[in-house]
Design a protein around this ligand. Sequence first.
Ligand code: TYD
Length: 211
Amino acid sequence: MFITIEGMDGSGKTTALQRVKNHLEDLNYKVVMTREPGGLPISEKLRELILNKDSQGMEPWTEALLFIAARKEHLEKVIKPYLQKGYIVISDRFMDSTTAYQGGARGLGIDYLNNLQKTILEGFLPDLTLYFELSFEDAEKRLSERHEEKNRLDEEGRKFKESVKAAFEELAKKELKRITVIDASKTPDEVFEDTKKIILEKIELWKKEKH
Ligand code: TYD
């Protein structure tokens, strides 16, 4: 089963999913967590190229195509092999990030990038996507408490980030069957419980369908 998690930086998606992974492992599931962009030598190089502050002013299409190129590597070399070995694969970001950041905020077109990626990924879509929804103010507040070094996209302003959020929301409405919205403004424990519940329900459903 292939699960992806999406949302703005600061939405707490990575923390919640790390806890869910541990919980699933306690239940004897084989789980692997991976992230985009990155994970493989080629993808790490692409990540460095895209997110480095020296790449300021990169053309939106260059940015989109590099993210998609990194994703194709990630899908073929990491995600599919693990799925074939019976793992539950959880990816921290996937295609919807490109649709929201480059399609929405960079203006390349939400539907256009969503459809383009479906073609490039040859219809290989996540079984479940969790979108962690949080207001701009709350996300910024959490990020300011983290003291991490900022990358090129973190440094974009409010207008850009609000467009990313609007694009994720539009996408969640269009892909109702695949994308579930998580209220990320709740406490970390509540967010973990909500996330766990949705994933366990999906696993049960998936088992019934497949076996
Ligand atoms: P990262 O530090 O990995 O952020 P996070 O921990 O929130 O995932 O940086 C990834 C940045 O790249 C993040 O700001 C989102 C952006 N991004 C895109 O713009 N398009 C994409 O397709 C992907 C995967 C990420």
